[in-house]
Design a binder for this molecule. Structure first.
Ligand SMILES: [Zn+2]
Length: 302
């Protein structure tokens, strides 16, 4: 599928995390990349043809911002909820969940490690990748939500879709009939709301709202890629149902007598063997907390 003013740039390994699918928007006098997480090799293809004026980030997660530093002369535009704190990495740490799970000393330790390019990486997450540091060095300006604006001649509306993060949004291009659904990604893994700023109910509501947009094409940020409106709608409920399956799993673990603070050790969303990676362990603990919250249960120290 070819779009008039938009090129889809896939990341390595079908844009699997920690890369993502990037959009190049050629608006004539203004050229933008949206979520430059497709990696340097992917950008080499367009490098000679375009000068990038603007980087637009849908949210602050690593897989969507890790290529910001590759375009040092471009302006960075972030969503209005996250723009203000984005270039202060301490805030990023807080929203990710580092403060919640590892405390203030965990935040300081993380900042020390990501700022040093020689830090040894962990096995299963981009936890200490130096691009965190490189790509959060510039002040970000913000765009507005839910209001039409233009990248050169291309009309775009950034649809505020909280839940994945508080500021997350989906770029919608009415002229192209295309919406970039980003991390409402329909993968078999299921919805991701495992940061301190993630919210299960909001994720579901946002995903259903995005599916109502008057678009012919829905492009996910990872793996699944471009889907017709019909395909997207059909698969969305199945994807959202993974949340219910997680909830059932948590409740059955409680019924088996597993204490709330032990659930994560058994591997709730991520198998226990992957939890040697500090971030995988962090995400699993936050996932347990959010699903306990659904039952109105207290959040245990784990
Ligand atoms: Zn994300």
């Amino acid at each position: 599928m070819d779009f008039k003013s938009i090129k889809i740039i896939n990341g390595p390994n079908a844009s699997r995390f920690p890369s993502c699918t990037t959009l190049l928007v050629d608006g004539g006098d203004t050229v933008a990349v949206i979520d430059p997480g497709a990696g340097p090799e992917a950008f080499a293809v367009v490098e000679d043809k375009y000068i990038i004026d603007i980087i637009i980030n849908t949210h602050y997660h690593f897989d969507h911002i890790n290529g910001n530093y590759l375009f040092p002369n471009a302006r960075v535009l972030m969503n209005p909820v996250e723009a203000g704190f984005f270039s202060e990495i301490r805030n990023v740490a807080k929203w990710l969940g580092i403060a919640e799970i590892f405390g203030d000393s965990g935040v300081e330790d993380w900042i020390k490690k990501v700022s040093d390019p020689k830090t040894r990486l962990t096995g299963y997450s981009p936890c200490y990748r130096h691009e965190w540091w490189l790509s959060t060095r510039r002040e970000a300006q913000s765009y507005q939500y839910d209001r039409e604006w233009q990248i050169g001649r291309v009309r775009v509306i950034m649809i505020h879709s909280p839940g994945h993060t508080r500021g997350f949004c989906c770029p919608y291009f009415p002229d192209e009939g295309l919406v970039y659904t980003g991390d409402i990604d329909l993968t078999g893994f299921g919805p991701w709301y495992f940061g301190s700023d993630g919210d299960i109910e909001e994720f579901v509501a946002s995903a259903r709202r995005v599916a109502q947009l008057d678009a012919r094409w829905f492009l996910t940020g990872h793996q699944e890629g471009l889907l017709s409106r019909k395909e997207f709608k059909e698969r969305l409920e199945q994807y959202l149902d993974i949340i219910n399956q997680r909830q059932e799993r948590l409740e059955s673990m409680l019924r088996e007598g597993i204490r709330p603070e032990e659930i994560s050790g058994h591997g709730f969303v991520y198998a226990a063997k992957y939890q040697v990676d500090p971030w995988i362990a962090m995400w699993d603990k936050i996932a347990v907390r959010k699903h306990l919250n659904v039952l109105g249960m207290d959040v245990p120290d784990q």
